[in-house]
Design a protein around this ligand. Structure first.
Ligand code: HEM
Length: 83
């Protein structure tokens, strides 16, 4: 966030789709799909943390691996908001 790092393979700090001639040919479809799914989840639901938990209590530790996942799962409660 708040920087100009390009995720399409031009800046090696962040290469979720690889880079160069073997880079992911499905990049545009992947980006569009993720954006659509996230937008739907944000638009259709209100999201709450479990009772008593504050945003600053979230454990943002990461697992080491080929892709970076959270060490502890995020638990969030969705409530449908379009009725
Ligand atoms: C968010 C979604 C996706 C991510 C994060 C992703 C990530 C990657 C990465 C890291 C590679 C290896 C690149 C390299 O070796 O430098 C790759 C390769 C590839 N991806 Fe994706 N991908 C995604 C979606 C897709 C989709 C939607 C398709 C097809 C419809 C696709 C097809 C391929 C193919 C065929 C390769 C092999 C390219 C080659 O080495 O010849 N990917 N992808």
């Amino acid at each position: 966030m708040n920087n100009n790092i390009n995720l399409r393979g031009h800046d090696f700090q962040l290469i979720p789709f690889g880079s160069g001639r073997r880079g992911c040919p499905g990049m545009q479809l992947g980006l569009t799909t993720i954006q659509l799914v996230l937008a739907q989840l944000g638009h259709c639901f209100n999201w709450e943390l479990p009772t008593g938990m504050q945003p600053q209590d979230l454990d943002m530790a990461e697992n080491f691996g080929l892709s970076m996942s959270k060490a502890k799962h995020l638990l969030a409660k969705p409530t449908y908001r379009l009725m």
